[in-house]
Each structure stands twice: as structure tokens, then as C-alpha cells.
Design a protein around this ligand. Sequence first.
Ligand SMILES: O=C(O)CCC(=O)C(=O)O
Ligand SMILES: [Fe+2]
Length: 426
Amino acid sequence: MDSAGFMARLTANQEKTTPMRKTGEKPIHLKSIFTDEKETTLTYAQLPTLTLHRSPIPAPLASALFQELMSEAESYERHEWFLAGRKVQSPHTSGYYHDGQLEAEDSAAGEGYWYAGKQVNPAPRYPPLLGQAAALITPYVNNVLARRSRLAGEYAGEWRANFAAVNHYHGAASSVGWHADQSTYLGPCATIVSLSLGTPREFRLRPVPHHSSPTTDALGNSLRTYAVTLGHNSLCIMHAGTQELYKHTVPPTPTGSVDIFKPPYDSAQRWVPPEARKGYTSRINITFRFYRPDFRPYPGLAPGGGKRQGTPVCRCGIPWYVVVVVPSSSRVQPHLTPFVGSVLRADQKGKARAAAAAAAGGNGPTTTAPTDEPSPRVKDLAQALSGMIYFWQCQSSSVTGTDKGCGFFRVLDFVEEGRGPCFTSG
Ligand SMILES: O=C(O)CCC(=O)C(=O)O
Ligand SMILES: [Fe+2]
């Protein structure tokens, strides 16, 4: 399938965006973190899950990659989904790619994958320069991860940039709303690696309130919005816990204008004199993701032998395969039909936790540590995430807009579902 046809069937690899409480407060701007020339990697104390890295790929490649993806972006589309029964469109366009290895490991690469409620046909492979960037980013990220303590639920193996979602923000109004990324194929505590190219844009994060302490986050800090400007060839790593503890957004620019970006190298990575440079008002953002071997759509083998489940199918009643009559031949053939699989979400609001506790007669899930006491000033990420529950949920209402879905809801159970291997703690 050509990439335009493929794009027509795609939607975001992120949750539908939800409005955040308006506070009117100014975000804390973290601009200053790039001013120390000696430091290329910084962790901000109140954002322990975020690191920022300057110039992760060579400058000529960064310019050429921007141009490669600008040309790819001509066929990108806005994605559409239903919010409270109303069709909405994303305020940016997107495209999706995977490395060839994902295809080799998983014959379904594409067919069984869903994003925000739509089936993805086989995603195209990385175009050449995106493939080069992924090959550089993979060891870079593993190096960064080797220096961090790891959280329970993280995949106990190498991270690999085997999937990329590319967003094109064209002009000042183009944006992405507050959201946390879906965990369906990434599993809990995902590492999502965002490479920015082109005109700089502001990226904001805000912690979700702790379920037992609405004025603080899970680390005990008061709720604030943080902002950082992501410029050309900068890497922002959303480490384990970011999708669980924060929401993020790229808002429209408040001034209504953006800086002009003039790539200093052409698409063949040759230097261009300043007077001959072409100007752009676009930002390209690539989020490199690791589709875990234990969170694939189809069932497979569990780490110690035995069965591993695929993405759970919800109860909407649409089976994985149906038999259809092909009119031209009047023969009955098996056919892969749209089915609505579930999505994996972290229980950011503690609702699933409360429901599970009620179902267990008030004792709560036995596999998680109690966190019901008011949140103290916790400094430790592992502690902040210790009560986190992940659940599979029907996504059909956002696909069809016509009903509330089947209500399918199941708490993720690593052992029962044959997933892993995972880190058990730092
Ligand atoms: O453009 C960005 O920096 C963020 C993109 C994003 O949040 C996403 O694609 O899920
Ligand atoms: Fe995101």
C-alpha cells in the first residue's frame, strides 16, 4: 500500500486529549537549563522523569532529516476520533513508521496495531534518514538508561527505537492538547524519546494530582505547569513514570507567530550559505517508541515458556477473524476484519484503584502497596508509582462515537497474561 493510502487509515498513537483544569497560572519556564554550556543533559528536580539533551544527532543529518520528513508530511493527515459522541480532529498532522526488524519479529506489524481506535495497516518502514537517526538514538538512549535506576514494570532488556510517530506542526496555531500517551504496545513505565526539528516550540508538562491529595502530585510537590522550549535537534526523553504521573501538551504559541527556521544543510547534508537558505515555520517532532515484545497485538510465548496474551479483545462482540463472502468469486474466505481491541492505560486518577478496592471488599489489590494515606513529600519515583494500576479498556466509543462501548475493563496482570521480563525495582 502506498503511504498516502496508509495514512488515510491512521490515527494518533496517543490518547484522546482531555481538557486540563484551567489554573490561569504561568508555567515555570525551564529555559535556563540549556544555558550551561558544559551540561548537555539535565534533570529538573521537580520533573525527575524528564531529561533534555542537546544535539543528539549530527547537525547535517538533523537538517536533512527535517527536510526528508517535511516532504513525508505532505501526505500526513489529521486524525479523527469521537469525544462525547462528537467527531474531533487533531490540530496537527501525523505519520507513523517502524523499523524493518519489528516486521521480521511480528508478521502482524501493522495489521493488528491500533491507535486511538483505528486500525493501522502495515506502517511504512523508516525512510533512510529517519532510519539513520533511529540507529543513533537507540544506543544513546540505552546509555542514558544504564545510568538511571529502573522502575518496576519497565522492560528488563534493551530499549529500541522500533517505532516512530512523527507530528508536523505547521505554524503557530498547530498544537497537541493535554494528554498522556497510550501504553497499549509500550507497557507500563515506557521510555518515549522525542526528537524535535525545525522551529522551536514550547512543550509543557503538568503532574496529575495524587488521588489522595488533590493539591499535590505523587511526589508531594504542589501542582505546577512546567514548560521547556524544544529547539531544533534537541532530545527530550520522557522516562518511565512520565505517562503515569504527568500530562503533556504543545500549546498554540501565545503570540500567534513562530520563529523562521532556516536549515543550514540541504537534503544531501551539504552546507548552505546563509543567504541561500530556505525558511520554514514548521516543527517536526519524532517520538521514538519501543514496542515491547511482550505487548504485541497477537498472542505469543511467555518469557519462561507457556502462553503470552495479545492485546485483549473487548466484549464489543466483533471477533478477530470473521468469514466474509467475496462477491467476485462467491467463495467464502477468511478476512481480517476491523475489531476493536482494548487500550492499556495507567490509572492516573486512582479510579480503577478505588473500583478494584471496592470489588475486593475494601481490601484493594493485593499486588500493590497501600498509598491511601495523604501523600507525604515523597522524593522517590518508585514510591510515587508504587500503587499504580494499569488497566485494559474498551476503546470503541472513541471509534464509533455511537455508544459507550462494551465497558470492557480489566486490570493488567503480568503473571496471568504471561508478560515480561520486567524490572521489579530500581
Ligand atoms: O510534539 C511534541 O513535542 C509532543 C508530541 C506528543 O506528545 C505525541 O506525539 O504524543
Ligand atoms: Fe504525547
